[in-house]
Design a protein around this ligand. Structure first.
Ligand code: ADP
Ligand code: ZN
Length: 722
């Protein structure tokens, strides 16, 4: 009698045991169909010793597995990754495993279609149409419809040729193989620094062993060119590579550069794929045919057959942290996948996170540096504009010195980027008569006016309303005034100042798909845009040689809220956006509008002394026992019922274990005290590094119960403190 332990795809259940019926063969990693009550569930066969079950069922009570799906079993390194992720982030293993089975259609295995191709036989007495079809179709193979199009004839003509024996049917897999990238296609001439870094990375790939490396190069130093050489080495070895990007918007420019280097596009994986594209990518990745995948964080859990390299580009980006479902950090999970796969992991960044720098300092990660920009390009000079000493005109947001700089840049026919990390027209709308402010009905947040769409929108839950004519509180008409600037308001100001200039607002409201991003890049390249007014969406990845001026409208914005990474994030964001200036032959200039030019982060940006800034930040983290020297975990309790949420949060707080190496703050109402109609309370756990805080929390929460209308979410290593 053979039994199997199965991780069923239901997060509420633990692993279950089944009988493997006679004639069925399973092994760890096999994807199976298992009965549960009257239903059928997908599941993955697991080693019983690695996934204990608390409900041991006797042999005679086991139900039979119903089938094994025709896909390769999930390999050992992926199963270890799923276990580690579930364990570290306190998530149900099924919720993690589901990310690996990301295409249900692919799990059904190969699907065949009938295509046709020429047999070489030419039937006697050809009609002119048949003759034309034969000639034009030549050696092409395809569906009847496709061949008819190529031949410029009707489907019936092609069918006639099939009957006459000129074409024959062939059964092919609908998931066509991807073109193979060619490492010898567009080999660049590397600078000496680039060559040295590339050689080290190539050696790591050839060693086929786990080795994390920080590729630390200033913006425009050619980090992409350098890690492309490591990818080339992996391709030559017949191994797969994965490149993680922080945002889909960056995919498009990446695909172009990749094609220029390797002669064809890589396989893209992101949430915008159609079902047929997902299916094809998943199957070819699992079969090892897809050699290079570029994707968002979810591509980390795909079933690569033979991974030889992982690259995390813009590795400092906090958008690698997933904030819903399984709260994982893709950068950290990428390193773990490299460890289980036994392959190098490259973290590329111009502004590496303190956590990553610390791993270099303690010798766990190697470091490669690219200290200068490629070619003739120089790093831009950064100058502060003190908004108190040099204020903009009343009701305006751009200081006179920046206005002059824009004017001069436009005269030289160069392009400008104005950066403000605020979507919409104004962050707050209020009634001039009674002071009424517009708040989201579902969240503790102000409604943001969007003039382009003529609506008020909540940026937390997506709630929108029309902008009313009259104040809902006092009824006065036309008394609503916008307070503060968003990108749309800056764009209006720019249009007023430079009526001739072509202005584009670039935010997630205007660039919401890879196609939109491609359109934006094409417009920049055709110089169909003079001035970009954009959010963080334009701060990274893009390379526009004619963009020479960057103006930061409100450099202080990121310091608001003041969580532990606020200064670091401000530094990174402004260095990145400054890095868009002067990437070609023409020098770049950057102006920072700030109310606090003497803040440490502003001084570091202006003097370019990143090392001193990081040293001071690192020291203050060390003193506070903050990450990476200590650890945080947030416990967020939410419910539509305020009292239920509060009571549960208090009960969790009361049950907190007394441990010397750990301190629990709260519960307190979260800064976003209401989100999507749910009241929220937070507890913050602060622990010494050495403490296995996950174990403590698992134990602590495991002893408690709460009503089903209350949700308790644990965020390990939180990045958001809202
Ligand atoms: P980073 O990612 O470090 O900001 P990129 O890889 O985007 O820098 O490189 C900046 C620009 O310089 C790109 O247009 C890139 O094609 C070009 N470049 C860098 N190195 C080389 C090289 N060795 N040969 C040709 N072009 C290069
Ligand atoms: Zn809302």
């Amino acid at each position: 009698m053979s039994r199997a332990r199965v991780l069923v795809m239901n997060s509420a259940l633990g692993p279950l045991d089944y009988r493997v019926p006679h004639g069925m063969v399973v092994e760890p990693g096999s994807v199976v169909v298992a009965p549960l009550g009257p239903r059928q569930l997908l599941g993955i066969v697991w080693e019983p010793e690695r996934m204990p079950s608390d409900a041991e069922v006797g042999d005679n009570r086991l139900r039979n597995l119903m089938g094994v799906l025709p896909v390769p079993p999930l390999a050992d390194p992926l199963r270890r990754l799923i276990e580690w992720t579930a364990d570290y982030y306190l998530a149900p293993p099924a919720a993690v495993a589901r990310m690996a089975l990301a295409s249900t259609s692919a799990l059904e295995g190969a699907k065949l279609v009938t295509e046709y191709r020429a047999t070489g036989e030419v039937p006697p007495r050809l009609t002119p149409q048949r003759e034309q079809a034969l000639e034009r179709i030549g050696i092409h193979q395809g569906l009847i419809r496709e061949l008819a199009t190529i031949g410029g004839v009707s489907d019936a003509v092609v069918r006639g040729l099939v009957k006459a024996g000129a074409f024959e049917a062939v059964e092919v897999d609908i998931d066509a193989p991807f073109p193979l990238p060619d490492p010898a296609h567009g080999v660049p001439a590397l600078s000496a620094d680039q060559r040295a870094a590339a050689a080290a990375l190539v050696r790591d790939v050839e060693a086929e062993a786990f080795q994390p490396t920080l590729l630390d190069g200033v913006t425009g130093s050619g980090k992409t060119e350098v890690y492309f050489e490591a990818i080339a080495a992996a391709i030559r070895a017949g191994k797969q590579s994965l490149v993680l990007l922080p945002e889909i918007a960056l995919t498009e420019p990446f695909l172009k550069r990749f094609a220029a280097r390797f002669g064809c596009a890589p396989v893209a994986w992101h949430s915008g794929l159609r079902q047929s594209q997902r299916r094809r990518a998943w199957r070819q990745i699992a079969e090892g045919q897809a050699l290079v995948t570029v994707g968002a964080r979810s591509s980390l859990f795909l079933p690569y057959r033979d991974l030889g390299l992982i690259v995390v580009d813009e590795a400092h980006e906090t958008s690698f942290k997933q904030e819903e479902g399984v709260h994982y950090h893709a950068r950290d999970v990428a390193v773990m996948r490299g460890k289980f796969e036994g392959c190098p992991v490259i973290l590329a960044s111009a502004t590496p996170a303190i956590e990553t720098r610390q791993q270099v300092a303690n010798g766990r990660y190697a470091e490669l540096k690219l200290p200068g920009r490629w070619g003739a390009a120089e790093m831009p000079a950064i100058q502060p504009i003190d908004l108190i000493a040099e204020p903009p005109e009343r009701g305006r947001w751009i200081a006179p010195r920046l206005v002059t700089a824009i004017e001069e840049t436009l005269e030289r026919k160069e392009q400008v980027l104005l950066f403000l990390n605020r979507r919409g027209y104004a962050p707050l709308t209020l009634c001039r008569t009674c002071g009424h402010r517009f708040q989201c009905p579902n969240c503790t947040s102000w409604m943001v006016e969007h003039r382009l769409t003529r609506r008020l929108a909540c940026h937390h839950c997506g709630h929108v309303e029309p902008i009313p004519r009259a104040c809902p509180e006092c009824g006065a008409e036309n008394t609503l005034v916008p307070v503060g600037p968003g990108v749309e308001r800056i764009a209006d100001e720019v249009k007023l100042l430079f009526p001739e200039a072509k202005v584009a607002v670039v935010t997630s409201d205007t660039i919401w798909s890879p196609a939109k991003a491609a359109e934006f890049v094409a417009r920049m390249e055709a110089h169909d845009i003079d001035i970009i007014v954009g959010t963080q969406l334009v701060t990274k990845g893009y390379h526009f040689p004619n963009l020479t001026l960057v103006g930061v409208i409100d450099a202080d914005l990121g310091l608001e809220g003041g969580d532990l990474r606020a200064s670091e994030r401000t530094f990174q964001q402004i260095m990145q956006v400054a890095g868009r200036a002067g990437r070609g032959a023409k020098p770049g200039h950057v102006y920072l509008q700030t109310h606090s030019p003497n803040a440490a982060v502003m001084r570091a940006l202006v003097t370019g002394d990143a090392d001193a800034f990081y040293a001071a930040e690192t020291e203050s983290r060390r003193e506070a026992g903050a990450p990476p020297f200590g650890r945080f975990a947030a416990i967020v309790v939410s419910s539509e019922d305020l009292n239920a949420a509060q009571d549960t949060a208090k009960a969790i707080g009361r049950a907190a274990p007394e441990i010397e190496a750990m301190h629990v703050y709260g519960p307190a109402p979260a800064p976003l005290a209401m989100l999507r109609g749910r009241h929220r309370f937070r507890l913050l756990v602060h622990a010494r590094r050495a403490l296995d805080v996950q174990d403590v929390i698992r134990d602590w929460l495991g002893r408690l119960d709460w009503p089903s209308k209350v949700r308790v979410v644990v965020d390990v290593d939180p990045y958001s403190f809202l």
